[in-house]
Write a protein that binds this ligand. Sequence first.
Ligand code: ZN
Length: 156
Amino acid sequence: MALSERIDRNVDLTHFEGKIPVSYVYTYGLGLEKFFRAIKDKGEFLASKCPECGTTYFPCRIFCERCFSEISDTYKVPGTGRVESFTVCHLNMDGTKKETPQVVGLIRMDGAEDATFVHLLDISPSRASIGMRVKPVLKPKKEREGSILDIISFKP
Ligand SMILES: [Zn+2]
């Protein structure tokens, strides 16, 4: 079947295998740019609080997702938190088995208690527990690129 062929019956549809080159630029937006720039440049974590309803956000936001008010200020939080939940990953994205299982945690962030953050926990599955205190581990400053991967993991 040629690409220009007209398809009159959907049961005749098939697929084509190949690669399509796609170039794109991903932008974080104003709120997340502040967040990742603070981590990259200063190793600091920024949260924000809605001036109308008081909801806290981590990472920081520029508008409230609950009441849609504008949020113009950010504040520094320690980046520490408490594990609310966790799961253990045994498979890679391609379905192959991981050499070592990885623990991914849902972390309630100190100073922005309305917010949770999901990230790798640097701990063996048998030691992970709900309620455990964790702190972030960042890449060395010269290796940071302004992305989520600048946070290597959270550890007890
Ligand atoms: Zn609000």
